[in-house]
Design a protein around this ligand. Sequence first.
Ligand code: ADE
Length: 225
Amino acid sequence: MRIDIITVSPELIKSPFEFSIIKRAIDKNLVEVYFHDLRTYALNDYGKIDDYQFGGGAGMVLMIEPIDKCISKLKEERTYDEVIYMTPDAPTLNQQTANTLSLKENIIILCGHYKGVDQRVRDLYITREISIGDYVLSGGELGAAVLCDTIIRLIPGVLGDETSALTDSFQDNLLSPPVYTRPSEYKGLKVPDILLSGNFPKIEDWRNEQSFERTKKIRPDLLED
Ligand code: ADE
């Protein structure tokens, strides 16, 4: 998989790709990630990429020309399955979207900034818009990093234990059950006996039950679907 990220702040988004599981995925060539500084495609030598909005109002808007130049150049080089725009006014990211995107070959992620991008960019190029939650970030970069993390960890070979991504919270619309490790007792707090019993079918039943109870208590909305 190849991910091209278009941003006005490459430095803001790079570090999550330099550590842990995501770095390992890149080092193993399971995913390639490229950052494109929108200012490289600016209209003038001062790096102009934004302007006031028509009709008045606070906040600058990212202009269509630099984004058009950048996306067109990338599209000349290869075919993209998706051009994603990170913005708060969009459907919220969920596990199903991450699963779908993890199967794609090439994707572009455009990070919004300031007041966002000229609507014509969205009309012309964007195939999918994603918000990471009902709050406003300073830009789409942190959202793009979250999105990439959710996608990359699902690529086969990225996680050591192939099955562990499938047992994550949300994979089946349920939250994960509680987990424990050694010691089996700490300051009077005991690990549930069932987990020490060696009875794996019963353990599986217990985990399913715990998942359901947790979901009912914490995220009942997940059970409504
Ligand atoms: N840009 C600003 N806020 C955002 C959000 N909640 N999700 C994705 N991109 C954003």
